[in-house]
Design a protein around this ligand. Structure first.
Ligand SMILES: [Mg+2]
Length: 179
C-alpha cells in the first residue's frame, strides 16, 4: 500500500520552488507531461509551466521528461520546454525511472518524480526509490480507462487521508501561489 503513497501531494508544479526541493534534498526532477505540465493532448502554449521549467532549471535543478505519450508528442514538447527525456517511457516500470534518474547523474533519493497519476507516476517512482510528488491533473479528461483509474486513485488516497477528485481539483485557487 505504501508504494501507492505520494511523498507530497500538491496542486501543481508552481508549488515546487528551489526551497521546496532543498528542504527535501532533491537536486533533480523527472516530469510527467500530460496533465502535469501541459493539459492532456494540447499543443497550445502553457505559459505558467513553461516559465516554471525555465525558473527551476536556472536554479540548477536537473530536469528530464518521463512521459508515456507518443514519441512524436513527447519530442514536440521536449523541444519547446528544452528538456531531456523520452516519450513512451513504459511507466510504471521502475527500470525507466531508474534509467532516467541515472541520466540526470543523481542517486534515486535526490530525484523527484512529478506526475498526476497514482498508478503510473507515483507507483513507478516509489518502486524506483524516488521521491514522489502527485499533482492535481490540469484537466479532468474523463476517458473511460482514465475514469476507472481515477476511481481507484480516489479510494487509495482517501485511505491515506487525502480528498481527491474533480471537486477538489477545481477549487478556484489552483494556480501557483503568488510568491
Ligand atoms: Mg499525466
Amino acid at each position: 500500500m505504501s508504494l501507492l503513497r505520494p511523498d507530497d501531494l500538491i496542486r501543481g508544479v508552481g508549488e515546487i520552488t528551489p526551497e521546496f526541493l532543498a528542504a527535501r534534498g532533491l537536486r533533480g526532477l523527472l516530469l510527467d507531461l500530460d496533465n502535469t505540465l501541459i493539459p492532456y493532448h494540447s499543443y497550445d502554449d502553457y505559459p505558467s509551466s513553461q516559465t516554471w521549467v525555465t525558473e527551476i532549471r536556472s536554479a540548477g535543478i536537473r530536469l528530464a521528461l518521463l512521459s508515456n505519450a507518443t514519441h512524436r508528442r513527447a519530442e514536440q514538447w521536449r523541444g519547446r520546454l528544452e528538456l531531456e527525456g523520452i516519450g513512451m517511457a513504459g511507466k510504471p516500470n521502475p527500470a525507466s525511472f531508474r534509467r532516467a534518474a541515472q541520466a540526470l547523474g543523481l542517486p534515486p533519493h535526490q530525484v523527484g518524480m512529478v506526475g498526476d497519476q497514482l498508478f503510473t507516476d507515483v507507483l513507478g517512482g516509489n518502486l524506483a526509490g524516488l521521491h514522489t510528488i502527485l499533482v492535481h491533473p490540469l484537466i479532468d479528461n474523463a476517458l473511460p480507462h482514465t475514469r476507472l483509474a481515477r476511481l481507484l486513485e480516489r479510494r487509495v488516497l482517501a485511505r491515506h487521508g487525502h480528498a481527491w477528485g474533480p471537486e477538489v481539483w477545481q477549487t478556484p485557487d489552483r494556480e501557483e501561489p503568488s510568491q
